[in-house]
Design a protein around this ligand. Structure first.
Ligand code: KIV
Length: 299
């Protein structure tokens, strides 16, 4: 973990400096509880991924989320004041139309969402946008390979760079991103040899997801690692370390059984009135008194 942990905040330059020294640990979080858990587990980076769209909000893909949605979730994460670096994901179309819009949208993730860096997908064609955001003093994380916002143009979620020419293009993209000043690059869904070459050739850290073991760090989706995804399809590259969804179902069933049997709530889980007040209240609430009072009012 970065040295800056003791200083209570991990920064983008600190992540950059981890290359070749310590493996970078990144996980997604989309709200305050998951952010607190990620930070307690000592994540170096919390990514407020646009995967919030399908993981949490029930959409089929990530294309549905807007800058407003990403600001909303990023702010929930940063309100917990984690030690980890918080990276806000730039959603589809927030960095595709102009450098001006890109800087404005990245600025919203920082100013309104509290992120300390942003992530955006794509290679050389995104260089002007990346340079503009870096010029605005916002650290940028790149994202190459299987970029989910390109699901329609890729024709589905497919491993990228399986052919030598495509892999070579991706390696060139990684060099271009590094030259443009990104502080790290996510490599998603690529053959391990491609990740190995990129990691060896570029000076910025690579963070893999479905990219093999050679990257400078690894990232997974919180709900996949913990089993909170409740039966969602898990890609081959996911390792699930717990089954929180099953634990939650068990807990809720026990709660419902206790409600049914009357065991919940117990004496210890119940509020009481001082005895004198209770007696006055009980007398006031005598049904016969109520009837007489009503009749007197009507008469
Ligand atoms: O949105 C996301 O969760 C991501 C990670 C999978 C890298 O981009």
């Amino acid at each position: 973990m970065a040295d800056e942990v003791s200083a209570r905040r991990i920064t983008a330059p600190a992540i950059f400096a981890m290359k070749g020294k310590t493996k970078i640990k990144m996980v997604t979080a989309y709200d305050a509880p998951t952010a607190r858990i990620a930070d307690r587990a000592r994540a170096d980076i919390i990514l407020v991924g646009d995967s919030v769209a399908n993981v949490v909000l029930g959409h089929d893909d990530t294309l549905a989320v807007t800058v407003d949605v990403m600001v909303h979730h990023t702010a929930a994460v940063t309100r917990t004041k984690p030690t980890a670096l918080v990276v806000g994901d730039m959603p589809w179309l927030s960095y595709h139309t102009s450098t001006h819009d890109t800087v404005t949208n990245a600025g919203r993730l920082v100013r309104e969402g509290g992120a300390s860096a942003v992530k955006l997908e794509g290679g050389r064609k995104r260089i002007p946008m990346i340079e503009a955001v870096v010029d605005a003093e916002i650290p940028v994380m790149g994202h190459l390979g299987l970029t989910p916002q390109s699901v329609n143009s890729m024709g589905g979620y497919r491993v990228q760079g399986k052919e030598a020419q495509a892999a070579y293009e991706m390696i060139s993209d990684a060099h271009a991103l590094a030259d443009a000043g990104v502080f790290s690059i996510v490599l998603e869904g690529v053959p391990d040899v491609v990740a190995e070459i990129v990691t060896r050739e570029i000076p910025v850290p690579t963070i893999g997801i479905g990219a093999g073991t050679h990257c400078d760090g690894q990232v997974l989706v919180f709900h996949d690692v913990t089993g909170l995804g409740a039966g969602e399809y898990l890609p081959k590259f996911v390792r699930q370390y717990a089954n929180i969804a099953d634990d939650a179902v068990t807990a809720l069933r026990e709660f419902f059984d206790d409600v049914e049997s009357g065991v919940f709530p117990s004496e210890a889980e119940t509020y009481h009135m001082p005895a004198a007040s209770e007696e006055i209240l009980r007398n006031l609430s005598n049904p016969t008194d109520h009837l007489m009072a009503d009749e007197a009012m009507e008469g």
